[in-house]
Design a binder for this molecule. Structure first.
Ligand code: CO
Length: 220
């Protein structure tokens, strides 16, 4: 047996189970997609967008990279955002980090893994903004989890500052960017207290002291 055979077997079972429930499901989806959400999350295998939100194929547009980073020079992420906003007209962008993120841990502890260290520099930039605050957290895993939260908040702001979101807001398009964090330990998503749906909310977020504002569950 080929090592990949179980994947084909599972795929056939999955396809059959959906077609049993709804014979038109795949033909209908093959003609169009109209997701209301764009998920920007971590590549971590334990954080699958559709399963976490209980959504079927066609219901969520997805971009994932290590440590859920939104950088203004990343043509890949920007292209996904542009297509989602301008063509699919999604109404919500979900920037979703997760506690215990290996990328965030590596960035915090200056671990070296090779090429990816350059990508994780972006998380180290977030760390640099909150050095004093993070230094006050004695427990290492709590410190990592707090940086996971702060990283999401910074990436929400980055997403809101892209020309794509700015232009959508200027033309009056309904669009909000939200910051979530997912718990590997319980399978639950938490809202981090940041949802931006216009320029005024972005301006207020830029003035907020996110280190002092207790966002989710990490006790500081
Ligand atoms: Co991660």
């Amino acid at each position: 047996m080929h090592p990949l055979d179980p994947l084909f077997k599972k795929n056939r079972e999955w396809s059959e189970s959906i077609r049993r429930r709804d014979p038109d499901f795949f033909p209908t989806l093959s003609r169009q997609q109209a997701p209301a959400y764009l998920w920007i999350g971590c590549s971590d295998s334990r954080v699958p967008a559709n399963e976490i939100c209980g959504l079927l194929p066609g219901e969520i547009f997805v971009h994932r990279n290590v440590a859920n980073i939104v950088v203004h020079s990343d043509l890949n992420c920007l292209s996904v955002m542009q297509y989602a906003i301008d063509v699919l007209q999604v109404k919500h962008i979900l920037v979703v980090g997760h506690y215990g993120c290996g990328g965030v841990r590596a960035a915090l502890s200056n671990q070296k893994f090779g090429l990816i260290d350059n990508w994780l520099r972006h998380v180290q930039d977030v760390k640099g903004k909150y050095t004093d605050h993070l230094a006050c957290i004695a427990d290492e895993s709590a410190r990592i989890d707090r940086l996971c939260e702060l990283n999401v908040i910074d990436q929400v702001i980055n997403a809101a500052e892209t020309t794509l979101v700015q232009n959508a807001w200027e033309r009056g398009q309904e669009l909000a960017v939200h910051g979530w964090v997912y718990g590997l330990h319980d399978g639950l998503v938490r809202h981090l207290g940041i949802s931006l749906s216009n320029a005024d909310e972005l301006a207020a977020a830029l003035k907020t002291d996110w280190a002092r504002k207790k966002a989710a569950l990490v006790d500081v």
